[in-house]
Design a protein around this ligand. Sequence first.
Ligand code: NAD
Length: 356
Amino acid sequence: MKVAVLPGDGVGREIVPEAVKVLKAVSNGRFELELEYGAIGMSGVEATGKPLPDETLAMAQRCDAILFGSVGGPEYEQWLRKNKVRSGLLQLRRTLGLNANLRPVRPIRELASVSTLKPEVIDGLDMLIVRELSSDIYFGEPRGPVESANGERESINTMRYRESEVRAIAHVAFKAAQQRNRRVCSVDKANVLETMQLWRDVMTEVGREYPDVELTHLYIDAAAMALLRTPTRFDVIVTGNMFGDILSDEAAMLAGSLGMMPSASLAPGGKGLYEPIHGSAPDIAGRDIANPLATILSAAMLLRYTLKRETEAVLVEEAVRRVVAAGTRTGDIMETGCTQVGTRAMGDAVVAALAG
Ligand code: NAD
């Protein structure tokens, strides 16, 4: 099994080594794991002048899976804007055909009081957000930078979906629901946007192929509200790239912190990129205080989805739960009576829990 390790920028460089420690510990004596390291994001620019260096892309293509940290920061954003280049991560997702982003939201019971919602509202919450990742307004053409037109600045982006793209993500969502509680809620804005009318029509058509799964539809504004009001009503939420981006950050707050939310981006062939949903967190980078658990839980998804190592995936998830339940916490999930630790100590605690 070959895994490309791309820490990226900011806290990515601190949290990915902790997930690697955990992967090495859980694979030890069970299966061979070959790791290759590459640069991406501002680290890629600094090393090669490109946010997605050719060597990194080649490595990602030949490996079975990719463990990713984060890219970003003010310097990187400025560089991309100045050079009119797309983010290395967007290029990578596009080139590898990573069209389905899976974001499970299953808060750890012992962290219930860290959430800003009442514990009874999130009690029993177990949902999966399936976000389309390769299309929508993030990729639609025409698009254009800010330009002067008729005496003022103007810019354009295009929300565009092809039927085949919606169909592909619909199948991912319905198949996932068959393994869960057989309910799919498709989120769109079909009352206003033609693109989203297409989305709803295709979802409905594909839904007929899965008579054992209940399909409902919600507009994005209603879904954003329902997620806070009655989150446990959801099983699988399927939505477009932009709406999924926003909804899944909202859902992260149900789990207490962005630092607890893993994700998997999968290509139809089975290749996957695994990353926390948060960014490079420049405000806390380099201080050994970032929470590595979202990345460690992403490594568990890597074990489950690409390496087909369900037993080891559960071992990692259970180790994380035990560490948190024992009161070992990074600052973002700290509570009275718990012990605050840094990024590295949290990684060590998970490795120790795996051994124990
Ligand atoms: P962010 O997710 O980096 O941070 C938002 C807030 O959450 C910050 O206060 C941060 O300190 C906190 N946070 C994030 N991860 C944490 C962790 N592991 N532990 C504890 N606290 C954590 O979002 P942002 O500040 O809006 O973006 C920063 C940069 O990251 C931007 O350049 C953005 O484009 C980029 N970004 C990258 C990705 C990615 O690589 N997939 C995703 C989102 C944002």
